[in-house]
Design a protein around this ligand. Structure first.
Ligand code: PLP
Length: 382
């Protein structure tokens, strides 16, 4: 059996709609993007949404819109994709990492306060694998110290913190529609906010800082004239992406139901495997199940995490590791960061494996992965 790590769930409907977008002759940001923004905002319970070409662009513009720059500090987790912290550096600010909670693998909310200095401007929580961060506590700290909350919700389309959808909580929330994310447009992203001024600012900055976007300019009623008010970026979404995104949004409930069923199938198949720690979940929240990961209890086995990945690979099973912590990367080490300063992130990184997980994965494939894993572990018991 050959089981890839991920397959996007795309079918005829996306092909039809993307084809229609191409045939409409409107390829860049236009009516489809505006429609997708409106539908997406409705879905996550926010007032405004701005379509972008990535979540990275969203994180960058979110910080710029809040005036974060030289000399400022932004608190985030070391256990994330490097885009989170790279964008802090792009603004000229300094990433300050706070270690993670060993249970949820999200930023340890209790430890945030100790990291706050007079230079701290914002907190960027990352909802790892789609399980929400402790937003009550993060909100409370941010109020007390007057800090902004920018959520990295790259994994958290569909996630709810208690009854609140991610996208309706922080000052600005950034979503990713990258190829492997729960909802994809190939590449793409979206910011949501309830602040009209921030939404407008991000919209303008995503299109060169122009006061009117191309659609308004070229539409029949529009004019050729525009003004550049700021040195903006080229971060806009396209109507080809939005056409795919609208279909994906319609399919979201279905895709999420499948993800949840697969997570349950993995949980049941692996529940009694003492050498593994399974992903944390709580009925209090809605988990988006972006990833299904396991942690190897290395003191109970004679095989290393890397050897286990190799053995799974030999059995035709694709895996990944989320994440290589940011302070592990040579660039960050050159800035003086050390992974040993974040012992939980370090230990988690050394023991974690993301298993194959995608909506069209069959129960048989889940069983094959689980059985292969159990067989390998039983041969390497300590
Ligand atoms: C994928 C990802 C991003 C970046 O998303 P893009 O849309 O590719 O820019 C940022 N943060 C996290 C946690 C991610 O997993």
């Amino acid at each position: 059996m050959k089981i890839p790590f991920y397959i996007p769930y795309l079918n005829e409907e996306e092909i039809v709609e993307v084809t229609a977008a191409i045939q409409s002759n409107w390829l860049s940001k236009g009516p489809k993007t505006l429609e997708f923004e409106k539908e997406f905002a409705k879905k996550v319970g926010s007032q405004y949404a701005v379509g972008l070409n990535s979540c990275t662009a969203g994180l960058h513009l979110a910080q710029l819109a809040l005036g974060i720059g030289q000399g400022d500090e932004v608190i985030t987790t070391p256990y994330t994709f490097v885009a989170t912290s790279n964008t802090i550096l792009h603004c000229g600010a300094k990433p300050v990492f706070v270690d993670i909670d060993p249970l949820t693998l999200n930023i340890c909310a209790e430890a945030i306060e100790q990291a706050i200095t007079p230079r701290t401007k914002a907190i960027i929580p990352v909802h790892f694998a789609g399980y929400p961060c402790d937003m009550d506590q993060i909100r409370e700290i941010s109020k007390r110290y007057n800090l902004a909350i920018i959520e990295d919700a790259a994994h958290a389309v569909y996630t709810k913190y208690k009854d609140e959808p991610i996208g309706s909580i922080g000052d600005i929330t950034c979503f990713s529609f990258y190829a492997t994310k729960n909802l994809t447009t190939g590449e793409g992203g979206m910011i949501t906010t309830n602040d009209e001024a921030i939404a407008n600012q991000i919209r303008i900055m995503s299109l060169h800082g122009m006061s009117r976007n191309a659609w308004n300019r070229y539409a029949a009623k529009g004019a050729w004239y525009y003004e550049v008010e700021q040195a903006g970026f080229k971060y806009n979404m396209t109507d080809i992406q939005a056409a795919m995104g609208l279909i994906q949004l319609q399919k979201l409930e279905e895709m999420q139901t499948l993800r949840k069923q697969l997570a349950q199938a993995y949980n049941e198949a692996l529940r009694e495997t003492d050498e593994l720690i399974l992903p944390y979940d709580s009925p209090e929240h809605c988990h988006s199940w972006h990833l299904y990961y396991i942690q190897l209890k290395e003191d109970q086995v004679t095989i290393t995490r890397n050897e286990l990945i190799e053995k799974l690979n030999e059995a035709g099973i694709g895996t990944s590791v989320h994440f290589i912590p940011v302070p592990h990367h040579p660039f960050y080490q050159k800035q003086g960061y050390r992974l040993t300063d974040y012992p939980v992130a370090k230990k988690t990184y050394e023991s974690i494996i993301s298993l194959p997980f995608y909506p069209t994965m069959t129960k048989e494939a889940v069983m094959y992965v689980a059985e292969t894993l159990k067989t390998i572990l039983s041969l390497h018991k300590r």
